[in-house]
Design a protein around this ligand. Structure first.
Ligand code: SAM
Length: 273
């Protein structure tokens, strides 16, 4: 984990608070990226102290995202809306999708200035991908943003990704939020979901994790049960193998029981009939 620290240029971006840990930058630290500040590294290390499986969780979650995008592209989906896309790292959605279909288009959306800036740097010159800095809790604003509305054709299938985000945003009715995006999508569209759940970790580990999160820009982390997570996909036909620990969603190699439990959350992909 933890590549070299990001250049100070990032600290000057409008809206960046270098004194408050941020999940996008902590997650980047777990994945070995370089877009994080001292405060993020400290919070990430505190999280590892409280909850030692976190680095594994980040890699497992990211690998699920990769398999889901590859699978959907292979099924013919060529448009992606990545909500809470994070700081680009290895295995970005456009790289995976375009490796299967070079014409695939990807609209990235994240509220964090470092994530948006880093993504824009990476995507310079790529006319098939855009970055929008916006709050995903406002679907009207997200869908109307030029980077989304002008890039994606919602009369054709779009895969909406909400990977490791619905558990950190404060929203009264997460199912209604998912439904707002679903209602904008045509038949054949998909929803890719991963969400924290208490699988292997103890109550003590989770309460330690919550304490660390409380000091971040996303102070509430919410685990949900498998049934609750499945409920978020109302209106979608859930693809096999259903709502499963993230490591077990169509794995491309053998996964031990222990590794499956380290997923610390469930993943699923739904499609609209
Ligand atoms: N989806 C990526 C993945 O799974 O690899 C990144 C997940 S990361 C744990 C969560 C991301 O959600 C962060 O980049 C964070 O900035 C973003 N985020 C948090 N709240 C958000 C909001 N209200 N609107 C948009 N993005 C948000």
């Amino acid at each position: 984990r933890g590549g070299a620290a990001v250049s100070e240029e990032y600290a000057q971006l409008s809206g960046v608070d270098v004194d408050k840990p941020n999940i996008a930058r902590m997650y980047d630290y777990f994945l070995g990226g370089s877009a994080h500040f001292a405060v993020d590294r400290q919070a990430a290390e505190d999280l590892l102290q409280a909850f030692p499986g976190n680095t594994a969780w980040a890699h497992i979650n990211r690998a699920f995202l990769g398999r889901a995008v590859r699978e959907l592209t292979a099924r013919g989906v060529d448009q992606f809306l990545d909500l809470g896309s994070g700081i680009p790292t290895k295995g970005n959605v456009h790289e995976i999708a375009q490796s299967v279909n070079p014409a695939a288009r990807v609209a990235y959306v994240d509220v964090e200035p470092v994530a948006a800036h880093h993504a824009r740097q990476l995507l310079r010159g790529d006319s098939a991908s855009t970055v929008t800095q916006a709050d995903v809790r406002d679907p009207q604003q997200v869908l109307a943003a030029p980077g989304v509305g002008e890039l994606l054709d919602f009369d054709r299938p779009v895969a909406v990704l909400a990977v490791a985000i619905l558990d950190i945003i404060e929203v009264a009715d997460p199912a209604a939020l998912v439904a707002s995006y679903r209602d904008a999508c045509a038949p054949g569209s998909a929803f890719v979901l991963s969400h924290s759940a208490q699988l292997q970790a103890s109550d003590t580990e989770w309460s330690g994790a919550r304490e660390v999160f409380a000091a971040t820009t996303t102070p509430h982390v919410q685990t949900r049960s498998r049934v609750e997570i499945a409920g978020l996909l109302a209106g979608y036909e859930v693809l096999e193998p259903g709502v499963v620990p993230s490591a077990l969603w169509r794995p491309d190699r053998e996964v031990s029981e222990q590794e499956a439990a380290r997923s610390n959350g469930y993943a699923a992909v739904g499609v609209l009939g």
